[in-house]
Design a protein around this ligand. Sequence first.
Ligand SMILES: [Zn+2]
Length: 460
Amino acid sequence: MPAAGFPLGATTMEVEIATIGGYEAVGRQMTAVRAGDDVVIFDMGLNLSKVLIHDNVETERMHSLDLIDMGAIPDDRVMSDLEGDVKAIVPTHGHLDHIGAISKLAHRYDAPIVATPFTIELVKQQIKSEEKFGVQNDLVKMDAGETMSIGERNELEFVNVTHSIIDAINPVLHTPEGSVVYGLDKRMDHSPVIGDPIDMKRFREIGREGEGVLCYIEDCTNAGKKGRTPSESVARRHLKDVMDSVADYDGGIVATTFSSHIARVKSLVEFADDIGRQPVLLGRSMEKYSGTAERLDFVDFPEDLGMYGHRKSVDRTFKRIMNEGKENFLPIVTGHQGEPRAMLTRMGRGETPYELDDGDKVLFSARVIPEPTNEGQRYQSEKLLGMQGARIYDDIHVSGHLREEGHYEMIDALQPKNIIPAHQSLEGFAPYVDLAENMGYKAGRDLHITRNGNMIKLTE
Ligand SMILES: [Zn+2]
């Protein structure tokens, strides 16, 4: 007998969400969606602050269970309660809190890793540096706008979004019961510096086609901030203004930003040239991300742009800069969060051949990630640089995450039947819960505030 209200012959499918990681704090994101017998995993990330607390931890050599106990990677043991086969592991973008646990967990699943080309390349590099596990999963490239079937009745689609790293997407799992839209991470950028604007047209279509959106899982990082997150082009203009203001300075200027933020690195490189300085990228992760982006043709850097990762070649470059005159160069270095081993922190401690003089400029094209370890380290780094006479230009930056009005627009576009807030702490969910309740949702009914390791059944 079909359930009351169901037309005879209608087929139904159970859809269930496992909220595995990233639902108690930002970091170690992982969510699984089961639609019938098929399971898709979205993200497998690292909680970097849990790694940083333990000095000298080399995650490359550590076992998954030890990292789970540290709270560094998602506790995926809940996956054994999910009755279905994992058909794909889908990292949304290349930030470590989304891909950083792939090398530790992916080998447990007989499924390909499906992601955009830039993300796949970063995953590949991560797997290569893994020393404990041999990760053999197939790596499948899929671009925004493309789809792939998942089992007999479900389909995976990538929708283009904009974030603080290139080639980011929001994956959508289309099921007979409606779509599950996984909204981590994004901001709404209609004039990005690299790549296409966010595909709001497609989100609006998904909200209205077929059975509509069964569930929306949302990145609540900045839900407590009013208004909208500015475009990367605003950060670019801000940076241009700062660079023009120091154009006549004839001493040292040093800049730092997120190494993975290719659009920002591109702006820094271009503006260095505008003020008659030769840009040079220094630090291991600067070399890694920018080198990868250039190899994959996401960015067209000047042919003679130097990128140096190893300490010896970095120090050699600093020596050359001192010999040929600091006023001719713009070193773009790692260390925007004051990480103890990064280039800028080493410069602050006087451990490099680069000598800072009174009045030299240090540009932070980044914001301190609000987390006690970062805040302490960044404070220390700024003090050390200041003691050598450096002038600090802080916060030349825009965030990669939606604020309140972006969240309003997304709910309005998708009209989801259920919402699961993610990518925050319980406290961080509160402003999002307020917004969603104002839009007619109700916590405990169709607005699911959850923790790590829970299951949410959306259909019977
Ligand atoms: Zn991110």
